[in-house]
Design a protein around this ligand. Sequence first.
Ligand SMILES: Cc1cc2nc3c(=O)[nH]c(=O)nc-3n(C[C@H](O)[C@H](O)[C@H](O)COP(=O)(O)O)c2cc1C
Length: 320
Amino acid sequence: MTSLPWSPASTPLMLAPMQGLTNDALRACYIERYHPDIVFTEFVRVHTQSRKRIARVELAEIAVHDADVPLVVQLIGNNGLALAEAARQVQDVGCHHLNLNLGCPYGRMTTGATGGELLKEPEKLAELLIALRRSIQGSFSIKCRSGYSDPRQLFELLPIYQDAGIDYLILHPRTVVQQYSGWADHDLTAEAASQTSLPIIANGDINNAATGQRLLQEADVIGLMLGRGALADPWLFQRIRGELPGEVDEMQRRRDLFELLTNLLSRYLVKFCGERQALMKLKDFLNFIPDDCLQRDLGKLKRATTAAGFSALLESKFSR
Ligand SMILES: Cc1cc2nc3c(=O)[nH]c(=O)nc-3n(C[C@H](O)[C@H](O)[C@H](O)COP(=O)(O)O)c2cc1C
């Protein structure tokens, strides 16, 4: 039995991988202040042509993770040999929890189909999962959509996942074709959880405490993964645990965002090359804050051209 990144009696709440957003600086900020149980890297491309398999800078980012909160490295690729070698490289730098992306709807690389596109060829997928499983000593999970174009494909795929020996699966119950349209169908999550012995982590549209708590009670899932909801409200982990109120008023939302954005700005100024790039990255983040009542002031933040200007706006519009 491989060791999972959470203890058996707990209900893990995970921060989702989000390309362009959940970089090491953001993950460190969330770990320090907002307490996810587990964090994921953004997807790490596995190169079929280059013997390096993973870019040096990405491997270095993985190697520096030393927090008590487990880091899961998510790989995206389509070649069993290359993926297995990449998995070994990741383990050699000290990270033992790996995940394969089977969900990205934009997952084509120059070398062919990856991510959610792999669901189109279940037999090839089965071989790839078995090859990868053999090369991973720690936990091996997948993050998948319900199917390529048919959500019921999930029920053909579950035995493949189980036979390949994966330890748990994170289910985002939309199809690949659907991309992000419509809603995540968590009736499907509950049905899947009732039909497989594989531990399932529910993901998709868990944007408030009530939704998360309901899913934990009504679907037989062992944990949740929070993506856009945790960007919009970083306290969502604690709200779902019942450690903070489920909802807050606008003034509190502003104060929460002041704290988060101040913290992220200081980290991004260290991580990124120059304040222009740091601000651009912060602006990407701001696009995920949905509150209607904040859009005017968020628009002003997006137009800031210096870090000092951004901080001054934060102070005047959000800190009261
Ligand atoms: C900007 C963005 C980038 C994403 N990047 C990744 C990624 O690198 N790997 C992955 O498995 N999913 C990725 N996703 C999907 C999310 O992890 C998650 O499955 C999806 O957003 C549904 O969950 P949510 O409704 O809680 O956001 C991304 C989503 C967004 C919005």
